[in-house]
Design a protein around this ligand. Structure first.
Ligand code: NCD
Length: 309
């Protein structure tokens, strides 16, 4: 039996390097299958999604992933059109969704929401973003992208720039990178440095330096992971306006980077990467979005099939 069968996905911290590599191997296998072979993997299975926060890629990539492996998806992406508006609790909505589906995908503004949902659901729960805490399937996609595009993860120098305080993809990525031998350079405005309650845990697994100056290590980086300033999570609009547009990656900056450096972004992008970077060979954020479909197909395949290997 595969070890992911019927298991929840809460946090990237729950995975060892070997387990991450197993997911990558299975993702590679899925990418090599023919379309008709892929469609057998989750034939007849149903994915149920509940998105209490906006999403484009995560929800669509889960839906697209499920369709490509033969399953179906149903769910609620606009919570204002659901019974939540009538006062239904998250617990009841989850209970109902777990009756109608084989696996649940949840995005919610509260940290710990997917663990809570898993206590109620008798079907596996996948965390598709919980507050400012984690976004584990994004990190799996990010690590897979690095591996595919750079042919390795160990030994790389990785810059992460933007909103390191509120960006949940950053925390999941850092914990994921903690399994590898990498040098990390964290670049943010002073007020958006990674949260001090997390630094202790991350420091135990990872070597990182912090700076406000994106130019400081630019010429050494193999990967630059750019993030959006998370406007919606600022308690005060004034504070957001102070840091808005702090870093913009443009062609001028790219010129000072290694020729084979790659630029990643979990998307959505607002103004932190200028559009003229998109057509360069270094821009890999759209490929990253595509890899997300395959990593999610792999995860769904492993969770829903006892013998997926
Ligand atoms: C991210 C998220 O929701 O945390 N989006 C995504 O899933 N790709 C990043 C963001 O919203 O900035």
């Amino acid at each position: 039996m595969n070890e992911f069968y019927q298991k929840d996905i809460f946090s990237i911290k729950d995975y060892t390097k070997e387990q991450l590599e197993t997911i990558f191997t299975y993702t590679d296998k899925i990418m090599q299958l023919s379309l008709s072979e892929r469609r057998e993997i989750c034939k007849g299975k149903i994915l149920g999604y509940l998105f209490y926060e906006p999403s484009t890629r995560t929800r669509l990539s889960f839906e697209s992933a499920m369709a490509s492996i033969g399953g179906n998806s149903l769910g609620i992406s606009d919570i204002t059109s659901s019974s939540t508006q009538k006062g239904e609790s998250l617990a009841d909505t989850v209970r109902i969704m777990s009756i109608y589906s084989d696996v649940l995908v949840l995005r919610h503004p509260l940290d710990g929401s997917s663990r809570f949902a898993a206590e109620i659901s008798d079907k596996p729960v996948i965390n598709a973003g919980s507050g400012t805490e984690e976004h584990p399937t994004q990190a799996i996609q990010d690590l897979f992208t690095i591996k595919k595009e750079k042919k390795k993860i160990d030994g790389l120098k990785i810059g992460i720039v933007g909103d390191l305080k509120y960006g949940r993809t950053v925390y999941s990525l850092l914990h994921g990178l903690g399994n590898y031998d990498v040098d990390v350079n964290l670049i943010s405005p002073e007020s958006l440095r990674i949260r001090s309650d997390s630094t202790y845990e991350i420091k135990r697994k990872l070597d990182f330096t912090e700076t406000t100056d994106i130019e400081e290590h630019l010429d050494e980086l193999d990967v630059l992971y750019v993030t959006r300033i998370q406007k919606e999570r600022f308690p005060d609009e004034e504070e957001y306006l102070k840091v808005k547009g702090s870093y913009v990656v443009g062609l001028d900056m790219l010129k000072r980077m290694k020729d084979d450096a790659i630029i990643l972004h979990p998307l959505p992008r607002i103004d932190e990467i200028s559009a003229d970077v998109d057509k360069t060979k270094n821009a890999k954020y759209f490929e990253q979005a595509e890899y997300g479909k395959y990593t999610r197909s792999a995860l769904l395949g492993m969770i829903l099939n006892e013998n997926s290997f």
